[in-house]
Design a protein around this ligand. Structure first.
Ligand code: FUB
Length: 447
C-alpha cells in the first residue's frame, strides 16, 4: 500500500503540470514560435521559450531563450507541460551562453521523433540547426553531437512527402530547402533558395504542408512594419510557388514577429501563432495562441481573425476566464491585466454602464444538475451581475450581488435554473454600478 501511494505521487510529479485554456494557451510562462503536430491522436505543441533577459545580459531588448518545453493536449483546452526537452547547456555544439534557442519543429519517422532546433554554434559564428531524437514525443530527447552539416540558418521545419522523401526548410534572410536523407539528420541535396517568395521585407519562419495535392509554403513576412502570416501554393515540395494571400494580418499589439503552424485535428484545421498579449511593453516575450482555420473550395486559405477565446470547449466547472471573451456589448467593457508585474495572473473584465455584457462561447454544462455559481469579482460601489445563457437576454441562471470591495473575492449564488449541454455564457451588468470580474465557475454544491 505504501508503495502504491508513493508510485502515485511520483507518477503525478513526472506527469507534468496542467496548464490552462483560451488564448494565450500556455498561461504560466512565455511561449513563442509554435509548431503543433498530431502524434498518436494527441496534439503536441513544440514552442520556443522566451524568458526576460537578466540585468547582466548585454542586450535586454533582444530574444533570450535557453531551452524548449513540450506540451500536449487532447482537447486543445487543457495543456500538460512535459518539461524541458532540450537546453543550451546540454547540447555539445551550442554556445551555452548565447540564449539563442529559436523556433523549432518536430516530426515522426518510423516510430522515432526528430526535434529540429536552431542555436548559435559554439565554434565559429551564427546559427546552426541541430536534431535531437526520442522514442516518444514527450522525450527524453538525445541531441546529436553536431548540427546538420551544410546548414546555416534558423526556423527549421521538416516535411515528409507521400513518397517518403523528407525536406528541410529554414530561413536565413531568404527561405531555403534541401532534401534530407532517410536518417533525418543529414542533407541529401544542397540547400537552394525557395524562389517566387517576396524579396522585399524580412521573410522567415517557414511552415510547409500538403493538402489535397496542393503544397503550401507559409511564412511570416514584414510587408509593412511587423510580420504578418502569408502563404504561397505550389504542386511540388521544391516549388515553384505562387504567392497567394495573407493568413493573418499584423497584430494591433505591434508584436514584431509572428510564427505559426497549421494542423488538422479531429477534422478541424487550426492556426497556431504567437503575440505579446502577456507582455504589452516588450514584444520579445511572446505567447502562443490558437484559432480555427478554414479553406475555401479551391484550396485557398481564409484569413484568420485572432480571438481571445481561442478554441475548444470549456467545462462549466472550471474557472472560466470571462475576460478571454468571444463578444462584448458595443460599449461598457474594458479588459486589463490584473498585475502588470506578474502578467500570468491574467486579466479582469470591467462591466460599466447598465446592460453592458461580455460573452464566452462553448461552455459545457454537462448533464448533471449544477446548483451554484461562484464569481471572482470586485466592485467599488457594489453592483449586480446576471449570469445568462445564449444571448444577453437569454435564460437567467443567477443574479449575483457583488458587495462593495476593491479587492477581488469569491461570491457564491444559487442557480435559479440549469440547462444541460453546451451553451454560450453571458455575464450582464444589471444596474450602472461597475463590476470587475476575473472568472466564473459553476458548482455541484448548492452554495
Ligand atoms: O523566436 C526567435 C525568432 O523570432 C524566431 O526564430 C523567428 O521566427 C521569430 O519568431
Amino acid at each position: 500500500m505504501r508503495y502504491l501511494k508513493l508510485s502515485i505521487a511520483i507518477t503525478a510529479m513526472v506527469a507534468g503540470t496542467l496548464a490552462y485554456s483560451q488564448n494565450p494557451v500556455i498561461r504560466d510562462q512565455f511561449t513563442a514560435d509554435p509548431t503543433a503536430r498530431v502524434f498518436n491522436g494527441k496534439m503536441y505543441l513544440f514552442p520556443s521559450h522566451d524568458i526576460p533577459a537578466p540585468e547582466s545580459f548585454p542586450r535586454k531588448d533582444w530574444f533570450f531563450m535557453a531551452d524548449y518545453h513540450v506540451f500536449s493536449s487532447s482537447n486543445l483546452t487543457d495543456w500538460t507541460d512535459h518539461g524541458i526537452i532540450v537546453s543550451q547547456d546540454k547540447v555539445d555544439w551550442v554556445n551555452p551562453t548565447s540564449f539563442s534557442m529559436w523556433a523549432p519543429d518536430c516530426i515522426e519517422r518510423n516510430g522515432k521523433y526528430y526535434f529540429y532546433f536552431p542555436a548559435n554554434v559554439k565554434t565559429g559564428r551564427g546559427f546552426g540547426i541541430g536534431v535531437a531524437i526520442a522514442d516518444n514525443p514527450e522525450g527524453p530527447y538525445t541531441p546529436q553531437p553536431e548540427p546538420i552539416a551544410g546548414v546555416r540558418g534558423i526556423d527549421p521545419t521538416v516535411f515528409i512527402d507521400k513518397d517518403g522523401q523528407a525536406y528541410i526548410y529554414y530561413s536565413m534572410g531568404r527561405i531555403f530547402v534541401a532534401k534530407l536523407k532517410e536518417n533525418m539528420t543529414e542533407l541529401a541535396s544542397d540547400p537552394v533558395v525557395v524562389g517566387d517568395l517576396p524579396t522585399k521585407g524580412l521573410v522567415e519562419g517557414p511552415f510547409f504542408f500538403e493538402r489535397n495535392g496542393i503544397y503550401y509554403m507559409t511564412y511570416p513576412h514584414v510587408e509593412n512594419t511587423v510580420e504578418r502570416l502569408e502563404y504561397a501554393m505550389g504542386d511540388n515540395p521544391l516549388g515553384p510557388f505562387k504567392v497567394t494571400g495573407v493568413i493573418m494580418d499584423e497584430t494591433p499589439m505591434g508584436t514584431w514577429t509572428n510564427h505559426h503552424s497549421l494542423v488538422q485535428y479531429n477534422d478541424q484545421w487550426y492556426l497556431f501563432y504567437h503575440n505579446s498579449a502577456y507582455s504589452p511593453k516588450f514584444d520579445k516575450n511572446r505567447s502562443v495562441c490558437i484559432d480555427s482555420l478554414f479553406f475555401n473550395e479551391d484550396g485557398t486559405i481564409r484569413k484568420v481573425i485572432p480571438t481571445n477565446r481561442g478554441v475548444g470547449i470549456t467545462s462549466a466547472q472550471t474557472t472560466i476566464e470571462i475576460d478571454r471573451f468571444s463578444q462584448v456589448s458595443p460599449a461598457g467593457v474594458t479588459v486589463a491585466l490584473i498585475d502588470t508585474i506578474n502578467p500570468f495572473r491574467g486579466w479582469t473584465a470591467q462591466l460599466s454602464g447598465p446592460g453592458s455584457w461580455i460573452s464566452y462561447n462553448a461552455v459545457d454544462f454537462g448533464n448533471k444538475k449544477l446548483k451554484s455559481v461562484r464569481v471572482n469579482a470586485s466592485s467599488v460601489t457594489g453592483g449586480i451581475i446576471q449570469i445568462r445563457l445564449d444571448n444577453p437576454a437569454g435564460l437567467l441562471l443567477a443574479e449575483i450581488e457583488i458587495p462593495g470591495n476593491t479587492a477581488l473575492s469569491n461570491v457564491d449564488a444559487k442557480l435559479k435554473k440549469y440547462s444541460k449541454g453546451t451553451h454560450n455564457l453571458f455575464v450582464v451588468l444589471k444596474d450602472g454600478n461597475p463590476v470587475n470580474i476575473d472568472w466564473v465557475q459553476f458548482r455541484k454544491k448548492s452554495k
